[in-house]
Design a protein around this ligand. Structure first.
Ligand SMILES: Cc1cc2nc3c(=O)[nH]c(=O)nc-3n(C[C@H](O)[C@H](O)[C@H](O)COP(=O)(O)OP(=O)(O)OC[C@H]3O[C@@H](n4cnc5c(N)ncnc54)[C@H](O)[C@@H]3O)c2cc1C
Length: 334
């Protein structure tokens, strides 16, 4: 299916993925209406650490390890995507700290991936200043920046859920509904499983510099440094669980003892995951329904790539080499 510019497209979900899709489609002259019943940022995208971190993901997350190349390609789309937006891409890199034997294991993983790294004061860093691999954005301000740019292009926003009854009013709908389900709108969504994530925000701590990774934790510098994050497979509740967050806090204190003075607030989000860790992007078997879901722990990193793929499908352009990796129907064809 192919739609023409000025075609009426609904985007369901205003997280990182839906907001990036809506903006990209508005830039491409589609007539876009973005739906979301939740307050802005009240979703996985709003609580996320905002890392655009192909290297850390490939090194620390075994599910992401085979996807290093596509994660790097996604990161490389960010500068052009963010052009003209009130959104800073922080290119501060990665610093890995920990016990000697653990660091040796991490160094071996860098080597196995062929990723250059350096040793500095007993830590591993991903590269020298201008070549850092891992970047980040501040998640909530980034969501606001995407929305502002979308509004400025004449995009419409509906503060309610998209439902099947809305389908006839649009030429196509893009489902960017995160872990919410919406399987009534597309059968492929039934493959998604939830992964609950709890993350701490500190009222003080490192304000700038690289993301610090240690055993079982990362610390993202900022005005409210983020200490994350749990991966609780199969859980889709938003309950705060001190047992899980205590372990995060202890791991963070081993890296930065001064965080003992910080007041910590817990935030919770639910990621949606596919079996191979890559999102579902493309046409559903349901006519007129396009999927942009299941970005697991890399929704921010992947957002511009997912948005470009969606735009290519809607324009009828060749979606390029990453289309097959993300094929929305790859699990329902077997
Ligand atoms: C603790 C934590 C830390 C993370 N850190 C990072 C990180 O550093 N870097 C990174 O890249 N990723 C990170 N992630 C993962 C990232 O947050 C997700 O991959 C990303 O948020 C997914 O975005 P999304 O737009 O698909 O979903 P969501 O952000 O969940 O948004 C989905 C939206 O759809 C709306 N919705 C649901 N149903 C409907 C409907 N029927 N109609 C309209 N709207 C609907 C919901 O209200 C919601 O606002 C993290 C996640 C967590 C939980």
């Amino acid at each position: 299916m192919e739609t023409k510019p000025r075609a009426r497209v609904a985007v369901a979900g205003a997280g990182a993925i839906g907001s990036a899709v809506a903006l990209t489609l508005a830039r491409a002259q589609f007539d876009v209406t973005l739906f979301d019943p939740s307050p802005a940022g009240d979703n996985a995208s709003g609580v996320a650490a905002g890392m655009l971190a192909p290297v850390a993901e490939a090194v620390f997350d075994p599910v992401s390890t085979p996807h290093l190349a596509v994660l790097r390609r996604a990161r490389d789309l960010w500068p052009a995507f963010a052009e003209g937006l009130d959104l800073a891409i922080l290119r501060d890199g990665l610093r890995v700290e920990g016990r000697g034997d653990w660091l040796a294991d991490i160094a071996a993983r860098f080597e196995a991936l062929g990723v250059p790294f350096q040793r500095l004061d007993g830590a591993l860093i991903d590269a020298e200043a201008s070549d850092v691999e891992d970047w980040r954005v501040e998640a909530r301000p980034a969501l606001a920046a995407l929305r502002t740019a979308f509004d400025a292009l004449g995009g419409r926003f509906q503060p309610r859920a998209f439902t099947p009854a809305d389908l006839p009013a649009f030429d196509a709908v893009v489902l960017a509904t995160g872990a919410a389900g919406a399987s009534g709108l597309a059968p492929e969504l039934s493959i998604l499983t939830p992964i609950k994530g709890q993350i701490l925000r500190a009222d003080r701590g490192p304000a700038t510099g690289p993301v610090i990774r240690g055993e079982g934790v990362y610390i993202c510098p900022g005005d409210s440094p983020a200490i994350g994050a749990t991966m609780e497979a199969g859980r889709n509740d938003l309950m705060i669980d001190p047992a899980a967050t205590d372990a995060l806090r202890e791991a963070a204190l081993r890296l930065r003892p001064e965080l003992a003075e910080a007041v910590l607030t817990t935030e919770v989000g639910v990621r949606a995951a596919t079996p191979d860790g890559l999102p579902l992007v493309g046409w559903s078997a349901m006519p007129g329904v396009m999927l942009a879901v299941g970005a697991r722990r890399n929704g921010w990193l992947l957002a511009p790539l997912v948005a470009d793929l969606v735009a290519s499908y809607l324009k009828g352009d060749n979606p390029g080499p990453d289309a097959a990796l993300f094929d929305a129907r790859r699990f329902s064809r077997t």
